[in-house]
Design a protein around this ligand. Structure first.
Ligand code: SF4
Length: 687
């Protein structure tokens, strides 16, 4: 019996759009191999690369029997998995095709329609896949390798569409009225797929990032999230000792610098602190991981800060508030930390060793231009060095994606190509052109479409003029004058289109593309990509199918950094005049010096060997550049050297290898990595 478990990712120029090692299918293999007791020879393959799947299928003989294919189904690989599954069902009609993952509607009738539209899927597993997958294979074997859907659908968490288009399942309902899917309470009982060696080929591959999980589940109930349902509310944990073993196993084999943790609330639990001690020790002994990507928790801020301090800034601490408006928070059933705690946490971290960011969603129920800008402004003034701003996406599997919630809030939605999730794949002589899409909320009762566009322009302003402390020295300058950074950014937002030059042109193009990327029907995008060469060319050239916000930010950082500095210096003088400050010639000179200083720190960041030495005479810059013990109020000229530290140069090169340095590659790096650190060290060498 041959089992092929696929967690496919789109791939372009040798790089995966979803760059994580496929740990979830590794867990399914581990559980299966440890618990399958039938006297049948079997093999289990794990596949992430569509080209590898094509090659495996092409090598299977026509009468290969029995065959089982499992596909993960996420927003970023749904159509890709479907394309292969349909082809497989035609080639091997007796094979068992299993889907699982979060991209599946919550309501029973919607599940039925979803499966009816996808007849090649024999069964869908909702929630954690390990137990139901094992049971499904046991039933398949017991029936003499026949796909008996009614029998399969007696297994809890499994859904199947029968010939008469009825939906077969036997799952109970949880307290929120949605399906109570099967959970694994003792996660340690499943052998670690890392320690079993099942993920070695991905570790060695080098272009993927190791993914670990220290627990599963989330106690919160955010309605926009697939983890906010009652079925997922209990949290089950992996023992820190096992995590430690996995960590050292990875460190011994993996050449990259980043580790990703799949946890939804890392740092919130006592065990996370124990694991962070191991992370700190491993970093000291092996140098790995240099950076940890994770989603930090909503409560227990003291413990999260302690965790971040243990790993010495390797982990970015998030204030994933989504909004600070109390009415919207109530609408989405989310409890946040208070604004006061938000400021306290930022103050505690920003002076220290950790990177911080706040996360906000535009277009939540009850949101408006005023509430969105107020939330972003509060996070900026609280001192978070990056504000991640997302457009509300309606996800299958979330309460907000249900018909009832859509009607309740009056959502108007559109569809757009999903960032980097497209590709052309060959199977035998057939070419499959596949693109993924997402559904975004572009207006609702409290936010007309014109406000959505204004907010997107505002978000680009924050990304380009504030995020990652890109203009940090200017913010220090403003604070020295008791001016709020958020007021400056609002000024930039309102005036950027009145300027001239490349930055204004890029902002105008961003607005135009923000409208042009939206489609009423997802199948328009999917069909066009499949049959229209010119549209596909646009996608491959980056005109469609990218994260516009991050890619535009990336384009400016990489190709127009000095233009950004020029327009910033002009706008800053206008801003000072507007708030009533007198702008003396000395002050203009200082603003220009600060601009030049920032430019030398940040320009050409992928050229890590490029160094500069230049003379300055600004007292503020002297203070910023000098060691605290040397600070005085001098204004005589001094020389500053700008260079990349070895550790940072290595990290930049590592990120460039994983994501590439095209504008979309940079966009992905911005989304994943602390690019606040992508800057030259400054050192006063004379003065
Ligand atoms: S958004 Fe975060 S806190 Fe809210 S339900 Fe999802 S995982 Fe949990």
């Amino acid at each position: 019996m041959k089992i092929i478990l696929c967690d496919l990712s789109h791939k372009r120029d040798g790089r995966f759009s979803s760059e994580y090692i496929p740990y979830p299918i590794g867990c399914i293999k581990s559980y299966f191999c440890a618990n399958f007791e039938a006297d049948i020879d079997f093999s289990v393959e794990l596949i992430k690369d569509p080209e590898e799947l094509s090659s495996q299928i092409e090598q299977l003989s026509k009468d290969a029997q029995p065959l089982i294919f499992g596909f993960s189904c996420y927003m970023w690989n749904h159509n890709l998995s479907m394309s292969y599954a349909s082809a497989i069902k035609k080639l091997f009609p007796d094979s068992l095709i299993v889907f699982g993952g979060p991209d599946f509607p919550l309501e029973i009738e919607e599940k039925r329609l979803w499966l009816q539209e996808r007849p090649c899927i024999d069964l869908f597993i909702e929630g954690e896949g390990e137990k139901p997958f094992l049971s499904a294979v046991e039933v398949f074997c017991a029936s003499g390798f026949k796909v008996l859907k009614e029998d399969l659908a007696r297994i809890p968490s499994i859904f199947s569409i029968l010939d008469d288009n009825t939906l077969a399942h036997s799952s109970d309902l949880a307290k929120d009225g949605f399906i109570k899917s099967a959970r694994i309470e003792n996660l340690d009982a499943t052998p670690s797929p890392y320690l079993m060696g099942y993920l070695d080929k991905f570790l060695i591959e080098g272009n993927l990032v190791p993914l670990m999980e220290s627990n599963r589940g989330c106690p919160f109930t955010c309605t926009f999230c697939v983890d906010g349902n009652a079925a997922r509310s209990k949290v089950f944990k992996v023992h820190p000792n096992r995590l430690g073993e996995e960590l050292y196993y990875i460190a011994a084999r993996y050449k990259g610098s980043t580790l990703a943790l799949a946890d939804t609330n890392f740092g919130m639990y006592r065990e996370d602190f124990e694991f962070c001690k191991m992370l700190a020790a491993c970093r000291k002994e092996t140098g790995y991981p240099q950076y940890i990507n994770t989603s930090t928790g909503k409560n227990q801020k003291e413990r999260i800060i302690a965790c971040a301090e243990l790993v010495e800034g390797a982990m970015r601490v998030a204030a994933s508030v989504q909004t600070l408006d109390p009415i919207i928070l109530k609408n989405i059933k989310r409890s946040n930390i208070s604004s006061d705690q938000l400021v306290a946490m930022s103050e505690r971290l920003s002076g220290g060793i950790s990177n911080t960011y706040a996360e906000l969603i535009l277009g939540l129920p009850g949101d408006s231009e005023a509430t969105h800008i107020s939330s972003v402004s509060d996070c900026v003034d609280a001192g978070y060095n990056q504000i991640r701003m997302h457009t509300l996406t309606l996800l299958n599997g979330s309460v907000m994606g249900t018909i009832e919630d859509r009607e309740r809030w009056g959502f108007q939605t559109k569809h757009r190509g999903l960032q980097r999730c497209f590709g052309t794949y060959k199977l035998f002589n057939n070419t499959m052109n596949v693109i993924e899409t997402e559904e975004v909320v572009v207006s609702q009762r409290s936010m007309p479409f014109s406000d959505y566009l204004n907010c997107r322009l505002y978000n680009l302003t924050i990304a380009v003029f504030y995020n990652e402390e890109v203009l940090r020295e200017l913010i220090v300058f403003l604070k020295g004058k008791n001016l709020k950074p958020s007021d400056w950014l609002n000024f930039v937002w309102k005036n950027i289109l009145k300027t001239s030059g490349p930055i204004k042109d890029i902002f105008c193009r961003f607005l135009e593309l923000t409208e042009r990327e939206l489609y009423s029907d997802p199948s328009d995008i999917v069909t066009k990509f499949s049959v229209d060469d010119s549209f596909r060319g646009d996608v491959f050239q980056g005109k469609v199918g990218y994260n516009l916000l991050l890619d535009t930010q990336g384009e400016i950082l990489i190709s127009h950094f000095d233009d950004l500095i020029d327009v910033t210096c002009i706008l800053l003088q206008d801003f000072l005049k507007e708030v009533g400050s007198k702008v003396s010639p000395n002050e203009i000179a200082e603003i220009n010096q600060i601009g030049r200083f920032i430019s030398l720190k940040r320009r050409n960041i992928f050229n890590v060997s490029e160094e500069y030495v230049e003379e300055f005479n600004s007292a503020l810059l002297y203070r910023i550049s000098s060691a605290p013990s040397k600070v005085d109020e001098r204004s005589t000229p001094f020389l500053v050297r700008f260079y990349f530290q070895e550790r940072i140069a290595e990290f930049i090169s590592d990120q460039a290898r994983i994501y590439g340095t095209t504008k979309e590659g940079i966009g992905k790096i911005i989304a994943r990595s602390p690019i606040k650190d992508f800057q030259r060290q400054v050192e006063v060498i004379e003065g």
